[in-house]
Design a protein around this ligand. Structure first.
Ligand SMILES: *Cc1c(COP(=O)(O)O)cnc(C)c1O
Length: 396
């Protein structure tokens, strides 16, 4: 295999030289703010466990009980013999929470996005995507073979220009509802009006809004007053704020039946383990019964923004739990992440190609599992890095 290793090594070396090399942090113990990595306990600000549910006893108990009733593996795909009562109950709970006629579980968000776009569109069609959309939406668009167009971030006139010119059969506009690496929220009402006027279908990926935004965490569409008519395709994941794993699409009966019949990413894969579905169901119940989690998270977001503005940290325009600090150079972002690690904090440097060139950042995420004191510790460390001249002080 010398030729293979030789060819691949050149690319790996270049990635190192570009400061884009990725390394995994392996930790032991549950997902929580204090992570033990290489014997050092770090205070983490990079998890997507926004409500602190990943280690909640109710989720663990639900999974344990479901293991007793259903065993571990689902054993087959949904269409063969893998669909259980608990999957079904979860779909009904998700439809109810998002106020949509039906919901369909997918094994992951990545598969849901690939599955929706590739089953609804083909080469006669066109898909329009915000430039900062998640990789899974972009990949789904490419897989569909539809004409692929990216519009400038949140720029509706750019989108309108593209829609005006189109000759395609079907038009689908897809956007992150909360942008995963920036934290800003899509303005869904004007977007849905534009789609309506242009007879385009709107699909939103609410991976970072579901569970934390809208009534009882029902998501961004509810938070911005969008009905199923306004936004016919709603997708969200269960591995972030819900603290579990998996994803779903919610919409009309016809949409869901179409996905069951035609979505290859739904049909040709093993159903989620029932225990995972049971844990997700427990999480959905907690959204309504432990509302303090959303409230505490919102309090922490406001507090962080206020103090970070006071320190003149390079914040980005976000009101969500994703509060990145824009650094620019990958090398500097990496160095800052390493300095923070030495000071006892885990904050990952997000670099291209995950984000556009020259926009490397420290992606800070907040969780209801954090305390005010955790925030103060992080802010003190960031302030220290500013005093050392390592982190910018931005003038407004
Ligand atoms: C995480 C994420 C996904 C993928 O979801 P998984 O369940 O982790 O595969 C899709 N879209 C967005 C915006 C995400 O942040």
């Amino acid at each position: 295999m010398q030729n293979l290793d030789h060819a691949l090594s050149a690319e790996l070396n270049q990635r190192q030289l570009d400061h884009l090399y990725r390394k995994r942090n392996s930790h032991d113990g549950p997902q929580r703010p204090q992570l033990k990595i290489n014997g050092q306990t770090l205070l983490a600000f990079c998890s997507n466990d926004y409500l602190g549910l990943a280690n909640h006893p109710a989720l663990i108990r639900a999974a344990q009980n479901a293991c007793v009733d259903y065993g571990l593996g689902s054993g087959a795909s949904h269409l063969v013999a893998g669909h259980t009562g608990v999957h079904h109950e979860l779909e009904e709970a998700l439809a109810k929470l998002t106020q949509r006629p039906r919901a369909l579980l997918f094994s992951s968000g990545y598969m849901a996005n690939m599955g929706v776009l590739s089953s609804l569109l083909d080469r006669q069609d066109a898909v329009y995507q915000d430039r900062l959309n998640h990789a899974s939406l972009l990949d789904g668009g490419l897989l569909s073979a539809a004409k692929f167009q990216r519009y400038r971030h949140q720029d509706l006139s750019d989108l309108q220009r593209q829609l005006d010119k189109t000759q395609a059969r079907r038009h689908l506009v897809a956007t992150d509802a909360v942008f995963s690496m920036d934290g800003d929220t899509a303005l869904l009402k004007p977007l849905s009006q534009l789609c309506h006027a242009q007879q385009a279908w709107l699909m939103i990926d609410d991976a970072h809004g579901f569970g934390v935004l809208g009534r009882d965490g029902g998501g961004s569409a509810l938070a911005q007053g969008l009905t199923t008519d306004d936004c016919p395709i709603y997708m969200a994941t269960l591995g972030k704020a819900l603290g579990s794993y998996g994803a779903f699409v919610a919409g009309s009966d016809v949409l869901i039946e179409t996905l069951i019949q035609f979505s290859r990413n739904y049909i040709y894969t093993t159903a989620l383990p029932p225990a995972i579905a049971a844990a997700s169901l427990a999480a959905v119940n907690l959204l309504q019964h432990e509302v303090w989690r959303q409230q505490h998270l919102n309090h922490l977001i406001r507090l962080f923004k206020q103090q970070a503005e006071h320190l003149k940290l390079p914040l980005m325009p976000s009101d969500t739990a994703i509060q990145p600090l824009l650094i620019g150079s990958s090398e500097v972002a990496l160095r800052l992440s390493e300095s923070l690690k030495e000071m006892g904090f885990l904050v990952t440097a997000i670099r291209p190609p995950t984000v556009p060139k020259n926009t490397a950042r420290l992606r800070i995420t907040l969780s209801a599992a954090h305390t005010e004191n955790h925030l103060q510790q992080l802010l003190a460390a960031l302030s220290k890095l500013q005093h050392q001249g390592l982190l910018a002080v931005v003038d407004d």
